[in-house]
Design a protein around this ligand. Structure first.
Ligand SMILES: [Zn+2]
Ligand SMILES: [Zn+2]
Length: 348
């Protein structure tokens, strides 16, 4: 573990040098306290995709802006990454999850996070926003949990906060409250015929999100292929930080390479992402949801550079990005309480 953290620190220092910042600016220990100036902090809990990886957990990004705190996606391992990052306080204190779409790598940890947070102290329901189908998904999760919940009710566990309140959202402003505005927009991740590129008839929708808070902004691409019609070109224009998914084609014609490359039709290569960055000109572009998970940051940046020469960063698990007057890349210090008996998270 130590080596991982050492590598992270080294990486963060390198990136700060690239961005013209000093190591002192990056010391980073928990939520920002500078909300009156407008600061958004991102903590990359998971930067991978469906394929298991020792380095990249399933997609999940913690967003903190003043008093607001929520997850964008809850992929496999998100609960453990939350605990490592923010201890019991984060597990029991988080009550909002935004889901970009219903592929399992983006939502499989919703019930785990909802149940664990409730059982150990949260007394409000878990609220989940996602595209059409999110309400159904949540109802099915609750159905699957029925035996567990019934038994806990029987033995006297307080049930308040044990449910999931889900909202099927449409493109548009989904929240505008206390300085925080969240806008959902459609992205191009629905199935297409790989040869003709014509859409295959299928239900539902896939979303990206733009978050604005007191003059700072971040856009999450969700999973998306990239075309000149991409809504990212509209909602990502002049954004502070654009977090974009990426897939590098796997070489060779092994069965594994062929299976991996099947998804290229609904994902974005570094060259295509470079086009999006060039058009939108974010203050910083960031890759996350990285396919394959062992792709290096150096490789992604090298493949992007011919198409975009601005700042590009590759997120790693537990990397933080603090968006204020400057954009500071750091590493999430382990915060919160990790001993349950000393956590004081259980409410009456
Ligand atoms: Zn995905
Ligand atoms: Zn997907």
């Amino acid at each position: 573990m130590k080596n991982v953290w050492q590598r992270m620190r080294w990486l963060a220092v390198c990136l700060m040098i690239v961005c013209g910042m000093t190591a002192a600016q990056a010391s980073d220990s928990g939520p920002s306290t500078q909300d009156e100036q407008g600061v958004i902090k991102l903590t990359f809990l998971g930067t991978g995709a469906p394929r298991p990886s020792e380095k990249r957990s399933g997609p999940a990004i913690l967003v903190e802006a003043g008093p607001h705190r929520f997850l964008v996606d809850a992929g496999s391992g998100a609960r453990e990454q939350m605990f490592r990052s923010g201890g019991w306080e984060l597990i029991t204190g988080l009550d909002t999850i935004l889901i970009t779409h219903l592929h399992y790598d983006h939502m499989i940890d919703v019930p785990d996070i909802a149940m664990t947070g409730w059982m150990y102290g949260r007394r409000v329901p878990m609220t989940v926003y996602g595209p059409k189908g999110t309400k159904d998904m949540s109802r099915h999760f609750m159905k699957a949990l029925q035996w567990d919940l019934d038994m806990r009710r029987l033995v006297g566990i307080p049930m308040e906060g044990s449910n999931i309140v889900a909202h099927d959202i449409k493109p548009g402003v989904i929240l505008d409250k206390d300085g925080l505005k969240i806008t959902a927009f459609e992205v191009e991740h629905m199935p297409i015929d790989a040869e003709t590129e014509e859409p295959l008839p299928f239900y539902g929708q896939t979303l990206g999100f733009r978050v604005d808070y007191k003059g700072r902004s971040v856009v999450f691409s969700g999973d998306t292929r990239s075309t000149p019609k991409s809504q990212l070109l509209v909602h990502g224009k002049d954004v502070d930080v654009m977090v974009h998914e990426v897939q590098v084609p796997s070489p060779g014609d092994s069965k594994e390479a062929k299976l991996a490359n099947m998804s290229l039709s609904v994902h974005t290569t570094p060259a295509q992402a470079g086009y999006i960055f060039q058009q939108t000109k974010p203050r910083m572009a960031v890759y996350s949801h990285i396919i394959p998970p062992d792709t290096t940051g150096e490789q992604l940046v090298a493949e992007t550079k011919p198409y975009y020469q601005g700042p590009v960063t590759t997120a790693e698990d537990f990397m933080t990005i603090t968006i204020g007057a400057g954009i500071v890349i750091g590493e999430q210090a382990r915060s919160g309480t990790h001993v349950f008996e000393k956590s004081s998270v259980v409410k009456d």
